[in-house]
Design a protein around this ligand. Structure first.
Ligand SMILES: Cc1cc2nc3c(=O)[nH]c(=O)nc-3n(C[C@H](O)[C@H](O)[C@H](O)COP(=O)(O)O)c2cc1C
Length: 238
């Protein structure tokens, strides 16, 4: 079903009053957004270790911790990925850009901003200070090692909490970043370029750095009544 733009709610930080002890936590949860324009300034090692440690604290199925992350900071390692990143972004974004051109100019605003930020990330990828390549061992994704059981439900479930923990920790450090997955289109080439052995699979790429522009802030999401049902399917929460 097409999503009515008018129903998309901006989750305002003002929803959570100062009387709430955890207002700051809510504010962070509700204003941490994808940051694609990053400054090239290096990230100090102690900061990097703190955000990576936060990733380790995330839950995984059966506490199996079936992931590893490759931290890429050197020019040549990032360059090995840059070409694949840009090519897959171009492939992925082309239909969206074409569809946007068919919209009236006044309806293109947000879409155009996201596409321009994606273009900038692809162009400046090798200058991003830190690129994280997340890898998983498919044998460990299911609690009982049965990788053929409902893989769609299992893939990602033990990684995205870790990536989100990392991004929230980045927020605490004044950093930003974005989960990206489109590079799966060139997974084998990327695994070869990075020297990742079997059976490890590439899961996501997360460039992180200090935001080049405004950084975190308002996000746009559907309202709670659209997303949450009370007791019965279709019965809006409110
Ligand atoms: C599983 C997943 C895959 C994503 N893949 C990409 C991607 O390949 N490229 C990209 O630029 N952003 C990617 N994103 C970021 C989303 O586009 C972004 O979080 C979403 O549009 C909301 O934007 P906001 O955080 O700015 O509100 C991905 C996010 C998730 C959770």
């Amino acid at each position: 079903m097409a999503i009515d733009e008018r129903e998309a709610a901006a989750v305002a930080t003002g929803l959570f009053g100062p009387e709430r002890a955890d207002a700051r936590l809510y504010e962070v949860l509700c204003t941490t957004r994808a940051i694609r324009r990053l400054r090239p300034d290096p990230i100090p090692d102690d900061v990097l270790e703190r955000v990576l440690s936060a990733a380790l604290c995330a839950p995984t199925g059966g506490n199996a911790q079936p992931w590893r992350v490759l931290v890429l900071q050197s020019e040549d390692r990032k360059a090995a990925l840059a070409e694949h990143f840009a090519a897959t972004w171009d492939e992925y974004s082309a239909p969206g850009k074409a569809a946007m051109q068919r919209l009236p100019a006044d309806k293109r605003g947000r879409g155009e901003r996201v596409m321009a930020a994606g273009d900038a990330l692809a162009r400046d990828f090798a200058r991003t200070p830190v690129v994280l390549a997340w890898l998983h061992d498919p044998r460990l994704l299911a609690n009982e090692g049965e990788i053929d059981v409902q893989p769609n439900f299992l893939f990602g479930g033990s990684l995205y909490p870790a990536i989100q923990n990392l991004l929230l920790a980045c927020r605490a450090e004044g950093l930003g970043g974005v989960i990206t997955t489109m590079i799966w289109r060139r997974e084998d080439a990327v695994r070869r370029a990075l020297g990742v052995p079997d059976p490890w699979r590439l899961h996501a790429i997360t460039p992180i750095g200090y935001p080049a522009r405004g950084g975190h802030g308002r996000i746009s999401r559907k309202p709670i009544g659209r997303m949450v049902y009370r007791e019965t399917w279709g019965e809006a929460w409110r």
